[in-house]
Design a protein around this ligand. Structure first.
Ligand code: HEC
Ligand code: HEC
Length: 413
């Protein structure tokens, strides 16, 4: 059974933020979800394992791209496996996928039967921000096997990352988000809900998942991941994109058959909503001072320090998790413009990244921002432009020791 949401309301200082309480999740279903998350999917009839991968894919398992420590810096030029990086492809209006290549460039086909769609390498360039030169990657597509991308196409580089507790984003309700939007307007910020079309019901819903919040529910995001990353069909997405001729594709695609069951998607969603009991933050005076600086410079207008949810742990107990996001889209300025639209999200718009788990991710070698370009918290802040420009400038005007305290606070999350 999927966890039931029990709404308990709690008032916060400036906003009535709702704290949903999750009833205890079943450790059984969470364990099953963890197994599916780690499962290796294989091409039908070729080897043993969970059947259904392909014909095109970008990995064998969710865990290939979603773990701590992910970053694009260790990827050698022309390395076949550029995981956890993914190259999204879209029509320049961002509303539809590419007629041949689908939603992303697939690096794997089926040996001897179907070539991969192509590959990409990262060229690194530098941008000068506040007298510092910092690296950013420019993806370059090579070895396209099914024709050119065409002029009406845009590409966007995205990094997979640890997903601990990501499902908790589903528990913040729309009314709460509207309150935050209104509050931000008064502060001169322009946080917006990304209203998206639910692919199943065709109804307009709040977008929550993905770097531009273009997916309305965790089960939708998971079903899409099965299709786009693994080439595994589900009830919601019963066919896989395939770039070859209809004849070849039909012979390789199990059209109509559902390769991952609804029960497995529910178990995965449960797993991604349950969190490990977090190590207790060492909330000493230094931590408190770091948090004060975080709030003093205005980071918390978007990375909210008061948006809390009660989460279940994998052992069945509950605890409070602060998400450090507002779930809204913000114009982050030209430095982070990827030329890509997703529903109402424009090229410069990104969903405020929840900062939970940042510390563990950095400690295990991970990097930050949607394409992993920032090696440190300091670099991530430097890339903040647009609506976040005054928070960045306030940060830059801090004394070095106060910047360090703020950084340590972020690294403790
Ligand atoms: C080849 C790499 C890759 C594989 C394999 C992969 N993902 Fe992802 N995943 C990504 C990337 C990249 C993103 C960011 C997508 C975006 O926002 O455009 C993402 C985003 C997500 C998100 C949304 C995270 C957020 O911040 O809202 C979820 C949930 C997710 N993936 C689940 C899964 C599951 C479940 C599987 C296995 C069925 C899976 N992924 C397999 C690369 C991968
Ligand atoms: C106007 C809203 C806004 C403000 C203010 C803001 N941020 Fe962000 N922050 C974002 C968005 C949106 C992203 C995602 C950008 C991307 O991935 O390209 C982000 C990303 C980040 C990341 C990277 C997280 C990751 O895991 O990739 C860090 C770290 C961060 N912000 C810290 C801060 C700090 C510290 C401050 C204050 C100096 C701050 N932010 C102020 C909106 C904001």
């Amino acid at each position: 059974m999927l966890t039931q949401k029990l709404m308990i309301q709690k008032a916060f200082i400036s906003l009535a933020l709702i704290v949903p309480l999750w009833t205890q999740s079943s450790p059984d279903i969470t364990t099953k979800g963890a197994e599916i998350f780690n499962a290796r999917w294989v091409i039908p009839f070729l080897s043993k394992g969970s059947w259904g991968r392909g014909p095109h894919s970008n990995g064998e398992s969710c865990v290939d791209c979603h773990h701590d420590g992910t970053n694009p810096y260790t990827r050698a030029v022309s390395n076949d496996e550029i995981q956890p990086m993914v190259l999204k492809i879209g029509n320049s209006n961002g509303k539809s996928s590419h007629p041949k290549y689908g939603n992303e460039l697939s690096l794997f086909g089926i040996t001897g039967k179907l070539p991969r769609e192509g590959t990409f390498v990262l060229r690194w360039d530098k941008q000068k921000i506040n007298r510092q030169f910092i690296d950013f990657p420019i993806p370059q597509v090579t070895e396209l096997r099914f024709g050119e991308l065409g002029t009406n196409t845009t590409i966007s580089l995205r990094m997979g990352r640890n997903l601990t507790g990501i499902g908790l984003l589903g528990s913040i309700d729309e009314e709460q988000l509207k309150l935050i939007v209104a509050e931000q307007k008064k502060l001169g910020l322009n946080g917006r809900i990304n209203y998206v079309i639910d692919p199943i019901t065709r109804k307009t819903k709040v977008g929550r998942f993905g770097y531009k919040a273009s997916s309305p529910s965790l089960s939708d995001q998971i079903s899409k991941a099965f299709r786009d990353e693994l080439g595994v069909t589900s009830r919601s997405y019963p066919s896989n994109p395939c770039a070859a001729t209809l004849e070849i594709c039909t012979s390789l695609n199990n059209v109509g058959s559902v390769e991952v069951s609804k029960e497995k998607i529910i178990a995965l969603a449960e797993f991604l909503t349950t969190t490990k009991p977090f190590a207790k933050n060492n909330k000493n005076i230094t931590w408190g001072t770091g948090k004060n600086y975080f709030e003093k410079v205005g980071c918390h207008f978007c990375h909210r320090t008061d948006l809390n949810v009660n989460a279940s742990t994998n052992t069945g107990t509950t605890h409070i998790v602060t998400l450090y996001t507002d779930l809204l889209l913000h114009d982050m300025g030209g430095g982070l413009n990827d030329g890509f639209n997703e529903f109402q999200a424009q090229p410069e718009d990104w969903r405020t990244t929840p900062l939970i788990g940042t510390g563990e991710h950095l400690r295990s070698g991970g990097s930050l921002l949607h394409d992993g370009r920032a090696k440190t918290v300091d670099e991530a802040i430097l890339w903040h432009g647009g609506e976040a420009i005054s928070a960045r400038d306030n940060y830059l005007s801090l004394k070095p020791e106060h910047k360090k305290l703020l950084q340590s606070f972020v690294k403790s999350l």
